[in-house]
Design a protein around this ligand. Structure first.
Ligand SMILES: [Zn+2]
Length: 151
C-alpha cells in the first residue's frame, strides 16, 4: 500500500505493531493494578492488626536519584505506601508515628546507643557494635531505632 507521503508501508505490519503495543500496555496496566492491590491489602492488614505503627520518613526523591536504589524504591511505591498508611490510620483510629529524616536509625546500635558512621555505607548489611559486641542486621537494627525514635 502506498501512503500519501510516498512511504511504503505494510498494512499488516502496522496492525501487528499496534496490537503488540496494546498488549504491552495491558501487561503494564496489569502489573500496576497488581502492585496497587498488594499495597492496599498490606496497608489495610497492618492498620487493622496494629494500634501504633512507626515508620521512617525517607527522602524518596533524593534516593530515586541514586541509580542503585531508584528502581527498587520506585517499584516499592514508597510514597503511595505512606499515603495509604496515613489515611487508613485516620479511618481506623490508629496512631502513625514518623521518625525524622535525620535520625541515624541505621547507624546507631539500638542496644547501647553508640553511633557508627561507617555503617552509613548501604553495602554493609550486617555489622557488630564495637562498644557492646551486638551483631546487627542493618534493617532489623534500623527498625528497632525507628520504633524507639517514633515513640
Ligand atoms: Zn552497641
Amino acid at each position: 500500500m502506498r501512503c500519501g507521503s510516498g512511504v511504503w508501508q505494510d498494512v499488516h505490519q502496522g496492525s501487528n505493531w499496534k496490537k503488540a503495543k496494546q498488549h504491552i500496555a495491558r501487561i503494564h496496566e496489569h502489573i500496576a493494578n497488581s502492585r496497587n492491590d498488594f499495597l492496599h491489602k498490606l496497608t489495610t492488614k497492618l492498620i487493622r492488626e496494629c494500634q501504633t505503627i512507626s515508620i521512617e520518613h525517607l527522602r524518596v526523591g533524593n534516593m530515586i536519584q541514586n541509580p542503585k536504589l531508584s528502581k527498587s524504591i520506585a517499584d516499592a511505591s514508597c510514597g503511595e505506601w505512606v499515603r495509604q498508611l496515613t489515611y487508613k490510620a485516620s479511618w481506623y483510629g490508629r496512631t502513625l508515628r514518623v521518625a525524622g529524616t535525620f535520625e541515624p536509625t541505621s547507624q546507631q546500635c539500638h542496644v547501647c546507643g553508640t553511633i557508627h558512621p561507617e555503617v552509613k555505607n548501604l553495602s554493609i548489611r550486617e555489622w557488630i557494635c564495637v562498644a557492646c559486641g551486638t551483631h546487627h542486621d542493618r534493617d532489623e537494627n534500623a527498625a528497632h531505632n525507628i520504633k524507639q525514635v517514633a515513640v
